[in-house]
Design a protein around this ligand. Structure first.
Ligand code: ZN
Length: 81
């Protein structure tokens, strides 16, 4: 089960604007966007990237999804270095 966070409560506790907690920052390439934008891009890629479409199916468990995404990330990272 994923972690459920009450954004409003967390923002109050941290004294930040709620939207700050809904922004995503990639530590690798420093891409920054709203969580919903990142989510939409991820969904779009699942359907348009042939490898993701082949390897991640509707009933692929989340551990399996993470494994595939990590493998692809590490392979691309190896090619860059
Ligand atoms: Zn990135």
């Amino acid at each position: 089960m994923g972690m459920l966070v009450n954004i409003g409560k967390a923002a109050k506790a941290l004294d930040v604007h709620p939207e700050t907690l809904r922004s995503f920052h990639c530590r690798h390439c420093h891409y920054t966007a709203h969580a919903d934008t990142v989510g939409a891009i991820n969904v779009e890629r699942r359907y348009t990237d042939p490898e993701l479409r082949e390897r991640i199916r509707v009933f692929t468990p989340k551990e399996g999804v993470l494994k595939v995404l990590r493998e692809i990330f590490e392979r691309k990272n190896t090619l860059l270095t």
